[in-house]
Design a protein around this ligand. Structure first.
Ligand code: GDP
Ligand code: ZN
Length: 457
């Protein structure tokens, strides 16, 4: 493993605020020296490596906190450098104080993502694995977490490595043909290598296609609950949010008083669009109706339209339905209040997906969730099983370049164009794969990627 010399950096690695413990992480050649200056082992202990040890943090013999400390010599550490982690008490003030002491003794404050960036720069992980770290931290659903963990383990990196191997084999062959024209090799690429190249092409293509599913799993599906006033939108929303098996998270939205509520349907997050509106308008005179429904529909990937089975089908129902189909939105119709006597005539909907529920009596809700899941997986995504799913747009863009380069190679062969052309495209294909793993990546892109991390990671 290559080892590049950097400053010794330090940061608080745990989340801000009060907690049971707070961890200060130090990385770099001076880590152990700094630790010696500020840490006294409990009597009779030996520090050792990769072992958690109890003792005291002190500033010139003034005890600041008791702490558990671990020394991890590089390259067997997170950054591949010498790393120290100090577990102290978790208060904001105390972790801050220990950090300041570490800085005073020779470390500089780490910037965002700098520990992970060092792991990358030192060659312990590649760029796609570094990106998986941030995805794990930000993971919002079980499925997205699963994918990130696979990526961190190197599943994607290994596929890219296989692709590269094929391309390098072909490059070697093409070079021989170009360098020794007198050998009279007329096959630009032998059949076995060509069939490997087709496999790379197909796999790259599958990965590119899988991004549509990956995006949904990672970002969630923007889902709108609409319908004319009094059909039961708020009631359904509350029942969905109350469901114990639906994990509810509140994320601060982009504007000040909106909240985005997410429910997880079997691992796929549905982000409910503008639920604040549904809730708020109930308290005041105006209720969310047709106009607001249209606004929400425009922002959504998926629409849940509610109809009231206990009343007549109205002009307003029709207006919303028409708007949904004019905008080509994916929609599921929910026929609510089926606990009451049925008055509605839904022949207008012909053979659309309709699910009967009672939001109030909690009838058909789990059915609805099952059908919702089926609907999402059938319409938007195919189950790719064990196959890899791309979740990162940067990776998709790079693979698209690879794909075009390989298409050019097929073309050159087909049209018997000069062999030099293949060399150019082979290089292009290899370079774009290198962007994914980070061998060929500009400083700007690195700054952008690591700038998304939190300090201390
Ligand atoms: P919204 O204006 O679409 O948000 O409708 P609300 O959720 O505020 O519901 C309007 C009225 O219908 C309320 O009095 C609810 O209690 C009632 N309601 C909602 N869902 C059902 C249901 O499934 N069955 C019955 N019987 N009443 C319901
Ligand atoms: Zn309401």
């Amino acid at each position: 493993m290559k080892h590049i010399l950097f400053d010794t950096i330090a940061a608080i690695a745990t989340a801000k605020g009060e907690g049971g413990i707070g961890i200060i992480r130090i990385s770099g050649d001076k880590s152990f020296e700094i630790l010696d200056k500020i840490f006294k082992l409990n009597k009779g202990n030996e520090i050792g490596n990769y072992k958690l040890r109890y003792g005291f943090i002190h500033d010139n013999n003034k005890i600041i906190d008791e702490a558990m400390v671990v020394k991890m010599p590089g390259p067997r550490s997170y950054t591949a450098e010498d790393v120290v982690e100090i577990n102290c008490h978790g208060g904001y003030l105390i972790t801050q104080r220990v950090l300041e002491l570490v800085l005073k003794n020779g470390a500089t404050l780490a910037s965002k993502g700098e520990f992970t960036k060092r792991a990358f720069m030192n060659g312990r992980i590649d760029l796609s694995q570094a990106e998986a770290v941030i995805d794990i931290i930000e993971g919002k659903s079980e499925s997205s977490l699963d994918i990130s963990i696979k990526n961190l383990r190197g599943d994607l990196s290994n596929m890219i490595k296989e692709f590269k191997k094929t391309l390098l084999d072909i490059t070697a062959h093409v070079n021989v043909v170009l360098d020794y024209p007198e050998e009279g090799i007329d096959d630009p690429i032998p059949d076995n290598l060509l069939s490997d190249l087709h496999k790379v092409y197909d796999k790259a293509n599958e990965l590119i296609i899988s991004y549509d599913k990956g995006k949904l799993i990672k970002m969630g599906i923007k889902t709108a609950i609409v319908g004319r006033p009094n059909v039961g939108k708020s009631t359904l929303l509350n029942s969905l949010l109350r469901e114990e098996r639906a994990i509810v998270t509140n994320v601060a939205g982009t504007t000040r008083d909106t909240i985005e509520e997410t429910i997880n349907i079997k691992g796929i997050p549905l982000i409910l669009v503008d639920t604040a509106g549904i809730r708020k308008t109930d308290d005041i005179v105006e209720s969310i109706g047709v106009k607001k429904s249209k606004e929400i529909i425009e922002k959504a990937d998926l629409v849940l339209m509610i109809l009231d089975s206990s009343s007549e089908f109205t002009k307003e129902d029709k207006e919303i339905i028409d708007f949904i189909s004019e905008n080509n939105k994916k929609v599921i119709y929910l026929l609510n209040k089926i606990d009451l006597e049925r008055k509605i005539d839904i022949s207008y909907l012909k053979d659309s997906d309709i699910i009967e529920i009672s939001a109030m009596k909690n009838i058909g809700i789990s059915d609805m969730e099952d059908k919702l899941y089926e609907f999402i997986t059938e319409n938007q995504v195919q189950d790719t099983g064990e196959k890899h799913i791309l979740t990162n747009i940067r990776h998709k863009t790079a693979l698209e370049k690879t794909k075009v380069a390989i298409e050019n190679i097929f073309n050159t062969i087909e049209l018997s164009l000069p062999l030099d052309l293949i060399s150019v495209d082979l290089k292009e294909a290899l370079d774009s794969l290198g962007e994914i793993t980070g061998e060929i990546t500009s400083e700007d892109i690195l700054d952008h990627i690591f700038g998304n991390f939190c300090v201390g990671k």
